[in-house]
Structure formats: structure tokens, C-alpha cells
Design a protein around this ligand. Structure first.
Ligand SMILES: *Cc1c(COP(=O)(O)O)cnc(C)c1O
Length: 434
């Protein structure tokens, strides 16, 4: 059969009803452990030599597994692992390449908690960051590549600016240096952008956001494209013999590369980070996410169309000084947006009021439909003032570059009627400028 397309995979990917009592929807396996059958099978399962066998739900669970395989299929990856949050996905993806020490290149305008982790926590574990002002300035990126640089990390679409990373170009820079490119694809979801198809090696998600899409589950995912070669000495953790992988099939050479080949990266996260550090995703959360994922196309098509309509409305409002949404024709990244994001750049946009900090607060207090909270990718529309809530971690001297001012408001667009949303913003802005 021909390779199935996105809309088929989001419904059926990774799931065969015949293996689950013919249940039409994915069952919730809310159990900790799985019986091993016999002493002989137990030994084989423990050695990881029985395909599709489960033993203990921290390491693998059939409900979670469907989500993992579905996301890998949607993103064109070879394997995926689900974890308890987007931050766990980022943390494990970085540790798995740079444990034991090394450097990572990333831009400043990344998710606030990731920036805080990169600047203040990872250095305590011997992992240092070369943070650049513009990740699309390849001369700047190349100038900070050092012998112990282990990866380039970026977001496909940054916030609150909705600035896009040139993933194709970055992948080339990374691969010339013999290092992988890790992309946080949270804002795009695999529906709007598939980083692996643009050359990225590893994709991480906060699936808390648009993938689950209903503001009801905290979760993360890591996907591996399976193209990066971890052999050659820069990543010794993939080439060391691992006692847990020793088996009759691999008596002498039993590194992650020997045993798992192209799947080494995800297998290693599962066996070393999920199994030993334990930020596991629960089966019920995976189930909620699978339900949300089934309607991703329809949700995002509508939310993207409404986002564009709202961006256009905001541009006509006399009290709005600037609108930040790369999907607008007058954006300086519009050509890249059109080429790389044919279905739209996303459901988040920001705008700056031509007023005072108090007037910004009045808009927040006056909206009736938009919920005031720090999240994105919900079916409800959301509003936040980044400088006070989501982007407090951004150092004061870095704020201007991302337009993080007292006048900036960020919107995440949901599934309500677009005219109602515009009317809500319009009355709130009118109230503030009365
Ligand atoms: C929310 C978010 C995260 C963190 O995800 P959690 O699920 O909240 O841990 C990471 N990256 C981006 C881009 C996000 O929006």
C-alpha cells in the first residue's frame, strides 16, 4: 500500500484494532506491569528481544506507545518517545547528546523556561550554551561552533514574535559541522511544519499545546528522523557497551548503535532517561492526546484562518502600533513563511498597543472571551501580557529584540467564532482608550 497521508495517519497511525480486542478506539492500559508469561519469555522480554512486549509502564505502555508511533509517522521519523512534559522532552533531548559535558548553540528567543534551564541549570551539569541573537545569521552560528559543540537547538516558530527559523539552512550548517539539529516544533505541530523533512534530526514538542489542542494535558514528545550518524567519537554514549543490552544476540558488542542502529537515539532516551530519571507520560494523558490529535487538521485550519483574520483586524485598529504574525504579507519573513509553511504559520500572534502599561492591563481586564493565562494551542482563545507572565525570564537587555514591552499582548487563537473574537478585542481596546 502507498504511504498513507497525514489525515489518515492522525486517525489510524500506530494502531491495529486486532491487537487490542478489536477495540475501535485506543484502550487506556491503566496498569503498571505486564505478566511475563514464562521464565524463558521473561528473560527475553527483559533483554528487549521480544517485539511489542511490555514489562513495566515507566519504560513502555501500549496506550502511550500508540501515541509515540502515531507522532513518529506524522513527522516522518523512525521512532518517538513520549514524556511527562515539554520541558522533560527538551531536557532529555539535550542530555542525550551532551551528557558528560559539551556545548549547544541556541537563539535567545526560545521558550522562557528553556532559556532559564540553558542559562542557569545545564551549566551546572557541564553543558554550556552559546546563545546567538539571530539563529538565521549563519555566519554568527558558524562563528560559535567549537570542537565540543554537540548540537544546534532552535524553535521552528518563536514566540511572541512568530519569527521563523530557516530549518533547511540550519540543518546544512549543523551537518557540515558533524552535529545534529534539534527543533522545538511546538508552535507548528506536525500539521503545519515537519522539521525532519527540512533536514532536522531531532524534533521535540510540548504536546501540551496544539497537538493535544484542548488545554487539558501536560505532555512532551521527542521524535528522531533516524538520519544522524552518532558513531565516530563525538557522542561516546552511543558507542559504549551497555550492560542492560547484553544478550545472546549481542554477547560482545552491545552499544546502543550496535543493537538499535538508526533507532539508537530514542532507544537510549527510553532506556537511560525515561527508565532511570522517570518523567513518564501516564496512559490516560496519552489517551487524551490521541483524542485531541484526531481533529488536528480541522482545528488548525480554522484557528490559522481566524488568526490571520484577527491579525488583519488588528492592523486596522488605530490603537495598535504593530502586529507580529509572520503570516502577514508585510512581514519581512513572508517569503520563507510561504515556502516552508504552506498551511499557515500558526495560531499565536502578538500586537503592541500605542498606549501605556495601564492601558495594556485594561485590555487584559476587559476581554470577555479571551482567557487570561500562560498557555497556547488551546481550543479556547487566550491572551497574555508576556513581559509580566510568560517572558519574565528574558533578560531586560534582550527584551527589545523580541518586542517584549509593556504594550505587548500575545494571543493564542481557539475555535470560537472569529467575528465574536474580533468584537471582544475591539470592545476591550476601546475600553482601554476611552
Ligand atoms: C510550553 C512550551 C514548552 C514547555 O512545555 P511544557 O509542556 O509546559 O513543559 C516548551 N517549548 C515551547 C515552545 C512551549 O510553548
Amino acid at each position: 500500500m502507498a504511504e498513507e497521508k497525514f489525515d489518515t495517519l492522525r486517525i489510524h497511525g500506530g494502531y491495529d484494532p486486532a491487537q487490542h480486542h478489536h477495540s475501535a478506539t485506543v484502550p487506556i492500559y491503566e496498569n503498571v506491569a505486564f505478566t511475563l508469561g514464562s521464565a524463558k519469555r521473561g528473560e527475553e522480554v527483559a533483554q528487549g528481544n521480544v517485539p511489542d512486549a511490555y514489562m513495566y509502564s515507566r519504560v513502555g505502555n501500549p496506550t502511550v506507545s500508540v501515541l509515540e508511533q502515531r507522532i513518529a509517522a506524522l513527522d516522518g521519523g523512525v521512532d518517538s518517545v513520549a514524556v511527562g512534559s515539554g520541558m522533560a522532552a527538551i531536557t532529555y533531548s539535550i542530555l542525550n547528546v551532551a551528557e558528560g559535558g559539551g556545548r549547544i548553540i541556541a537563539p535567545y528567543d526560545i521558550y522562557g523556561a528553556a532559556l532559564d534551564e540553558f542559562e542557569t541549570l545545564f551549566p551546572k551539569y557541564g553543558i554550556d550554551f552559546d546563545l546567538v541573537d539571530d539563529i538565521n545569521d549563519f555566519d554568527e552560528v558558524k562563528s560559535v561552533i567549537k570542537p565540543d559543540t554537540k548540537a544546534i537547538y532552535a524553535e521552528s516558530v518563536a514566540n511572541p514574535t512568530t519569527k521563523i527559523s530557516d530549518v533547511d539552512g540550519l540543518a546544512q550548517v549543523a551537518h557540515e559541522a558533524g552535529i545534529p539539529l534539534i527543533i522545538d516544533n511546538t508552535f507548528s505541530t506536525p500539521y503545519l511544519f515537519q522539521p525532519i523533512k527540512h533536514g532536522a534530526d531531532i524534533v521535540v514538542y510540548s504536546s501540551t499545546k496544539g497537538i493535544s489542542g484542548h488545554g487539558n494535558v501536560v505532555s512532551g514528545l521527542i521524535v528522531d528522523g533516524g538520519h544522524f550518524d552518532w558513531a565516530g567519537g563525538k557522542f561516546p554514549q552511543f558507542e559504549e557497551n551497555e550492560f542492560i543490552l547484553k544478550s545472546a544476540d549481542h554477547p560482545k558488542h552491545y552499544s546502543f548503535i550496535d543493537v538499535y542502529g538508526k533507532r539508537a537515539y530514542i532507544k537510549r532516551i527510553r532506556q537511560k532517561y525515561l527508565r532511570l530519571m522517570g518523567a513518564v507520560l501516564a496512559p490516560f494523558e496519552a489517551y487524551l492526546e490521541l483524542v485531541g490529535l484526531e481533529t488536528i487538521t480541522e482545528r488548525l485550519d480554522k484557528e490559522v484562518a481566524t488568526s490571520l483574520k484577527i491579525a488583519n483586524y488588528l492592523q486596522t485598529n488605530p490603537h495598535v502600533k504593530a502586529v507580529y504574525y509572520t503570516g502577514l504579507p508585510d512581514s519581512d519573513q513572508y517569503d520563507l513563511a510561504k515556502a516552508s509553511f504552506p498551511k499557515g504559520i500558526g495560531t499565536v500572534l502578538s500586537f503592541e498597543l500605542d498606549g501605556t502599561a495601564e492601558q495594556t492591563a485594561t485590555v487584559v481586564d476587559s476581554v470577555k472571551l479571551f482567557l487570561y493565562l500562560p498557555n497556547v494551542g488551546d481550543s479556547r482563545s487566550l491572551i497574555v501580557n508576556p513581559i509580566k507572565i510568560t517572558h519574565r525570564e528574558v533578560p531586560v537587555k534582550r527584551r527589545a529584540a523580541s518586542h517584549i514591552t509593556d504594550q505587548l499582548l500575545r494571543l493564542s487563537i481557539g475555535l470560537e467564532d472569529s467575528d465574536d473574537l474580533i468584537a471582544d478585542l475591539d470592545q476591550a481596546i476601546s475600553t482601554a482608550f476611552k
